[in-house]
Design a protein around this ligand. Sequence first.
Ligand SMILES: Nc1ncnc2c1ncn2[C@@H]1O[C@H](COP(=O)(O)OP(=O)(O)OP(=O)(O)O)[C@@H](O)[C@H]1O
Ligand SMILES: O=P(O)(O)OC[C@H]1O[C@H](OP(=O)(O)OP(=O)(O)O)[C@H](O)[C@@H]1O
Ligand SMILES: [Mg+2]
Length: 281
Amino acid sequence: MLRVAVPNKGSLSEAASSMLAEAGYRQRREGRELVMVDPDNDIEFFFLRPRDIAVYVGHGTLDVGITGRDLLLDAEVEAEELLALGFAASTFRFAGPVGTFSSLADLEGKRIATSYDGLVRRYLGERGIAAAHVVRLDGAVESSVRLGVADAIADVVETGNTLKAAGMEVFGEPLLQSEAVLIGRPGRSLPAIDVLIRRLQGVLVARQYVLMDYDIRKDLVEKAAALTPGLESPTVSPLRDSEWVAVRSMVPKRETNRIMDELYDLGARAILVSSIHACRI
Ligand SMILES: Nc1ncnc2c1ncn2[C@@H]1O[C@H](COP(=O)(O)OP(=O)(O)OP(=O)(O)O)[C@@H](O)[C@H]1O
Ligand SMILES: O=P(O)(O)OC[C@H]1O[C@H](OP(=O)(O)OP(=O)(O)O)[C@H](O)[C@@H]1O
Ligand SMILES: [Mg+2]
């Protein structure tokens, strides 16, 4: 039975469970269970803190898990990213009181509060900032400067609202771009892991693409196909009117309206868009 770790609380929890449910796996309902068996898929789900998930997977106790890329890197364990899952996107950044810091070098000799001390120490070490002092806190690190335990912070930034409310601003380059990821042990391959990855990839594609159908005059089909190249090649079917053909193609969801406008201008008609419920690419 494949053993899979799923976030039990926090920013990743709901989105991770709904992605697994969309991929056809059974997920807990009221959110209290610690373990849940999905007998149809021969999988056991363990609901754990996202920070601990890298530890369990790195240890080999659990086969794969969903966590944040930032948490994986912070944990410094023997686990690697198998698939980026496209939700819980954030950046990880240094920040300080408005007007006090402008570059990484300004951190020399300063105290930096963070919940991600492994990640921050390594980042500073690799860039030769040797005299900074990392203060490990559990959360709400934005308050640490005002309360006098640090001079700057390193934290997850999503909208930037928390920083703004604390009178802080980011400086330097982002340490990393994070999102939810599926992680596993390096070199460990199991057929059930491949199935899980394919199913999750199917959900990603179904979320990111739509199906577009349209009719176009035969002589314009090459130009139209250039606008809708699809993943491999668009399907072109004959119509009863031999001057026209029907085209079907997958199109990135966020470009739907731009492509429809351009197709219409080209002469395409009866442009229909439908969502993809599930797929295997
Ligand atoms: N606005 C956000 N705040 C915190 N974490 C976020 C946010 N957006 C995405 N994430 C990601 O969620 C993961 C952190 O989840 P975790 O459950 O540990 O913390 P949390 O959502 O802050 O919950 P808690 O309330 O327990 O601190 C990280 O990978 C982080 O990048
Ligand atoms: O850029 P924003 O959209 O404001 O989001 C980022 C903030 O959200 C998280 O805090 P959380 O609410 O999880 O509290 P915590 O710091 O105690 O974990 C994170 O640690 C930042 O503080
Ligand atoms: Mg938090």
